[in-house]
Every structure is written in structure tokens, then in C-alpha cells.
Design a protein around this ligand. Structure first.
Ligand SMILES: [Ca+2]
Ligand SMILES: [Cu+2]
Length: 347
């Protein structure tokens, strides 16, 4: 018997047996069963498509517990859509590149017109790699552990000498926002909006600290790939991974989505503005029309979500469902990838 059918039968017999049950309880129970069935339906994505159906609904976006740009919390309605269950992998990205001949931003020389102040010898293809020094004085300056590495790109994540052998099912990294857009278009998909991403991440649960619920550990197990130990030098990997983990190494949230917390940051379609939530539309917000980051005025930025294997409680709690990363769209980073969304009929 299908689980959903069984649930419905149990539900009906409870109502018959308990004539004195309050209407409020019955309605609450009906809503719960409805949600459960919706969750089961999400397990029946179109054949061969590793996507989950995210049912339409309303949720409270943002958080009062995080950074100022997560405020104010506000109600948002989201239309149903499909979401990749996993982050896009190296193998998937390789197929895209093979079929299209696409060259990523990190594989091209930066345009000198866009970087008039940069020394000419620095205008070479490359990407931003996590390179912690043996000692850091303070955690205030993140430039200490990020370096622009010549020859680093998605095929060479740690620099020209490195490769992705054995990492075919790891999330692709060092992809710019433009690269993700190009991949999504090729795949017949699109990047999720920031609101869709957070809605999907929360999995139908209201204002929980984690994408799967309230408790950090379930059965004593780590639920996400983040950083344990003294950041940025002591990487204890108690969750099993020092760097990226193969996709789906951790349990999914209630919508069947894996790695919505940790592993790699995921680009979404929105421009970044810290003040957007105070004026964003209530229905399917698609982000502001332009970008502004008071920390770096003049640099247009897109949003990333979900945190990465570099997130830790002592430095960056980016794994929280409401946490936002802001990055210029031409930037590749060793902890940033993406997943896609799709508009298609409900299952
Ligand atoms: Ca880890
Ligand atoms: Cu972080």
C-alpha cells in the first residue's frame, strides 16, 4: 500500500472513531496530513529528473537571529516549482562544457577595463582559493585566507597542479554566477530566486535554525558538511570531510533536498541589497532591480545561499537557512557552486 493512501485511511478512521474531537484539531490534522502527502508527492519527480517538487505556500523569510541583512522577517508566498535535489556536480558540469565548448569566467583573463587599478601581471585567468596562513592574528580580515590563484578553475580547484579526479560527484566550484546561468539555460532550467531557495531550504518548517529542524545532531550524526575546529587552521573534519563532500552525503530535508546547509554556497538569481526585505513584494519576490553593498559600494553583487564546508560557529554561520552571501557575479570561489530550479507542472 502506498504510504499516502495508508495515511488517508488512518486519518478517516480517527475522525469516525472520535466524534467528540474539536473542529480545530481536525483541521490541524488535515493540514498535517496534507503536508505529509505533499512531501510524499515530492518524492515522485519526473522520470530521470533528479528534482523535487516544492509545493506552493507561504513562509516567514529572514531571521532575527542572524545578520542585519536577514531582517525584517516578512511573510512571502511562493509558487510551486521544481528544485534540484543536489548541487550540480563536476561530472554534470563537464558534460555541459563538453557539449557546448563553454569557457568559464575563471578560465578567461579579467578585462583590464574592469580592473583599472590592478597590476597587469595579475590580470590572468584564475580564481579565488582558500589558502589559510599558518597563523592568523584576527578573524576580522578574510583576505588572510583567500587568494587569487593563477590557473585555478573548476577543473583545477586548488590551483594548476590540482585536478578533480575522483571528485566527479562533488559539487562543481569556482563557477561564476554567469557560468551558473549558462549551465542552467543549457539544462533547460534556471537559478532559483533567493525566496524560492530559502522556502525550499526550510522544508515547510517555520523559523527553524536548521534546514531539517531544531536539533543540530540527529542520532548523534552530523547533518551537514561544515568546519569543526579552530578556523581557519584546524580542520578537524568531524563530519567526515575537510573540503567538499560528494553530493547527498547527508540526510535530506523534508522536501528531499540534500546539502541545503553546508558543502558549498549556492548562487541564486537575485541581486544583493541589505535593505530588500523591508520593501520586497509579498508574492514570488524576484530580487531588487539593482545591487548595493555598503561594505563595498560600487561593486554589484549577487546572492549566495546555504553556507559551505568553511562555515563554523566561530566565524560564519552561513549554514543557517536565512544566511546570505554577497559576491560579484564574475567571482569564482573554492567554496561556491549552485543548483537549479525548474518551472514545470506539478507531479
Ligand atoms: Ca567538514
Ligand atoms: Cu560561512
Amino acid at each position: 500500500m502506498k504510504p499516502a493512501t495508508r495515511t488517508s485511511i488512518i486519518f478517516v478512521s480517527i475522525i469516525v472513531a472520535g466524534g467528540a474531537l474539536s473542529a480545530k484539531w481536525v483541521m490541524k490534522e488535515a493540514a498535517r496530513v496534507g503536508r505529509e502527502q505533499e512531501a510524499r508527492r515530492a518524492l515522485r519527480a519526473p522520470k530521470g529528473v533528479d528534482m523535487a517538487w516544492i509545493p506552493s505556500g507561504k513562509f516567514t523569510m529572514g531571521s532575527n537571529d542572524g545578520q542585519l541583512d536577514e531582517r525584517p522577517i516578512h511573510d512571502v508566498k511562493v509558487k510551486g516549482f521544481w528544485m534540484d535535489r543536489y548541487e550540480v556536480t563536476n561530472d554534470q558540469f563537464a558534460k555541459f562544457v563538453q557539449e557546448t565548448g563553454y569557457v568559464t569566467t575563471a578560465e578567461q583573463s579579467p578585462d583590464p577595463k574592469l580592473f583599472p587599478d590592478a597590476p597587469k601581471e595579475n590580470l590572468v585567468p584564475g580564481s579565488v582559493v582558500f589558502t589559510p596562513p599558518p597563523r592568523v592574528e584576527t578573524l576580522n580580515n578574510h583576505m588572510q585566507w583567500w587568494s587569487y590563484v593563477k590557473g585555478a578553475n573548476w577543473r583545477h580547484p586548488e590551483g594548476p597542479e590540482s585536478d578533480i579526479k575522483g571528485r566527479g560527484n562533488h559539487p562543481v566550484v569556482h563557477v561564476s554566477w554567469f557560468d551558473c546561468e549558462a549551465y542552467a539555460k543549457w539544462a533547460g532550467k534556471r537559478l532559483p530566486t533567493e525566496a524560492e531557495w530559502e522556502y525550499a531550504c526550510r522544508g515547510g518548517l517555520e523559523q527553524n535554525p536548521y534546514s531539517w529542524g531544531r536539533e543540530r545532531f540527529e542520532k548523534g550524526m552530523w547533518m551537514m558538511n561544515i568546519w569543526q575546529g579552530q578556523f581557519p587552521n584546524e580542520n578537524l573534519a568531524q563530519d567526515g570531510f575537510k573540503g567538499t563532500a560528494p553530493i547527498g552525503s547527508y540526510a535530506p530535508n523534508s522536501y528531499g533536498l540534500h546539502d541545503m546547509a553546508g558543502n558549498v554556497w549556492e548562487w541564486v538569481s537575485d541581486w544583493y541589497r541589505p535593505d530588500y526585505y523591508s520593501k520586497s513584494p509579498r508574492d514570488n519576490p524576484a530580487g531588487p532591480v539593482d545591487s548595493f553593498d555598503p561594505d563595498e559600494p560600487g561593486v554589484q553583487k549577487r546572492v549566495g545561499r546555504g553556507g559551505s564546508y568553511l562555515c563554523s560557529d566561530m566565524y560564519c554561520k552561513g549554514y543557517r537557512p536565512a544566511a546570505r552571501q554577497k559576491t560579484s557575479p564574475d567571482t569564482g570561489l573554492s567554496h561556491t557552486g549552485f543548483r537549479c530550479a525548474l518551472d514545470a507542472p506539478a507531479p
